[in-house]
Design a protein around this ligand. Structure first.
Ligand SMILES: Cc1ncc(COP(=O)(O)O)c(C=O)c1O
Length: 424
């Protein structure tokens, strides 16, 4: 290998090692290289407390135990530690124990699951709902259950891996359109003309924080008679007057065929769900393996999630607070001249550029200063737009945001200014 640092995880997918239980030979040399290792130190760092905006971590970067302002967890509404949610989860734990101890079809369906799916379907204004033990499993299971060989799955190029993996498993032909580009989507719809086609989009794109251009997508899908699948992982409980997501935000819920949500982000738990018409949900129960061949979600988690849904929807206070914080952070960061891409949400990228070394250096320094803001490197994002990605939370206090902003201003801004990549 010429220069190990020119490589990334994107280069080691194919493996020609004759021993099937060994990685590619070059992989070992690459991953043990000290500078490569220095970027892997950011992975799997240990949290020593709840994933709130003020957490304690055991730093993989310098081995210190440290209190940090946490801008990386997806606990957008602080529900994972909400006292009512914790009480409800504990009550369910006392009654049902830790595990559902079975797949939903046989022995894993509890009254809690039935009640929660009913409430999720009602919330999303769809007829029925399927619950999964993970969000990733939900997307995989939905694609695998809905699509067949000969069908078309048309995806935004920035789609989450779970949608792509589900498409692969389904055997459908997958076509990717340029991110949020309606002309490109139309070209793909033309190619799928005459076939069963499903268009999958995300409410909020997870690496950029921008919204799907749903009105244009709906118009095209109606014209070409394609179904619409929307992944509202980062938008459920956050967008729309009642928190139902980007579908509600655009007033287009009635046009959505399948609405996916995860329970691990704003909900503060774990799991996933899809809401759709009752006929397809009943059909999927026979063909969606992560549902019918996997243990049902843990009862205490469902107990907590049911309360989380109540708390998040009984009024708009958590959402309002989140939006107030998003405005405060984005105004301040833009004021520093930082490039936040096209964000319109609580997912706020700070785009650093093409230098992986710089990203890692800055990440280490901000963590040393007490800010937990994880770097997002290639291949998770394009090599020219490596970044930090803030997950804002309603829990952030003004004082925490000011401290975080000061660290960003002291560490990131001067580095980008000296690189000449700051907009002012
Ligand atoms: C857009 C999107 N869909 C699906 C998922 C999977 O959800 P989970 O992490 O709950 O499995 C994620 C997770 O990051 C996501 O960002």
């Amino acid at each position: 290998m010429a220069n190990l640092l020119d490589f990334s995880l994107a280069d080691f997918f194919y493996n020609d090692n004759p021993d099937v239980l060994s990685p590619p030979e070059d992989f070992e040399a690459w991953i043990t290289e000290p500078r490569v290792q220095s970027s892997f130190r950011f992975f799997e760092q240990q949290f020593l407390s709840a994933p709130t905006t003020s957490s304690e971590v055991f730093s993989g970067v310098d081995g210190e135990r440290r209190k940090v302002i946490n801008l990386t967890s997806y606990n957008y509404l602080g529900l994972s530690t909400h006292p009512e949610v914790i009480r409800a989860a504990k009550e369910a734990l006392d009654v049902y124990g830790m595990s559902a101890s079975g797949a939903p079809l046989l022995s894993g369906t509890f009254d809690l699951h039935v009640e929660f799916t009913r409430r999720l379907a009602e919330f999303k204004q769809q007829e029925d709902c399927l619950l999964y033990s993970s969000g990733l499993g939900g997307n995989i299971g939905a694609m695998q259950g809905i699509l067949r060989k000969g069908d078309y799955l048309i995806l935004d190029e920035k789609s989450h891996k779970s949608l792509v993996d589900g498409g692969t498993l389904s055997g459908a032909k997958m076509l990717f359109f340029d991110h949020n580009d309606l002309d490109s989507l139309e070209m793909m719809l033309e190619k799928s003309k005459g076939k069963r086609a499903l268009v999958a989009v995300e409410g909020v794109y997870s690496m950029d924080g921008d919204l799907v251009k749903l009105p244009g997508v709906v118009e095209l899908c109606e014209h070409y008679k394609a179904g619409i699948y929307i992944d509202e992982a980062h938008s459920t409980l956050i967008f729309g007057e009642h928190g139902r997501g980007v579908g509600e935000h655009f007033g287009l819920e009635a046009k959505i065929g399948v609405s996916f949500g995860t329970l691990s982000k704003a909900f503060g738990g774990v799991g996933g769900f899809i809401c759709s018409n009752a006929r397809i949900i009943r059909y999927l129960k026979g063909y969606s393996s992560p549902w019918n061949f996997s243990c049902a979600p843990s009862p205490p988690i469902i107990g907590g999630l049911m309360k989380a849904l109540d708390v998040a929807t009984r009024d708009s206070s958590l959402r309002d607070k989140l939006w107030e914080n998003v405005r405060y952070l984005t105004d301040a960061l833009r004021g520093m001249g930082l490039n936040l891409g096209q964000t319109e949400s609580q997912v706020i990228p700070i785009i650093i550029g093409s230098s992986g070394d710089l990203l890692i250096r800055l990440a280490a320094e901000i963590q040393r200063r007490g800010l937990f803001l994880q770097p997002v490197d290639f291949p998770a994002v394009p090599a020219h737009s490596r970044r930090f990605r803030i997950s804002a939370s309603s829990q952030l206090t003004r004082e925490q945001m000011d401290r975080a902003l000061t660290i960003i201003e002291d560490v990131i801004v001067p580095a980008l200014r000296s690189e000449g990549t700051l907009s002012r």
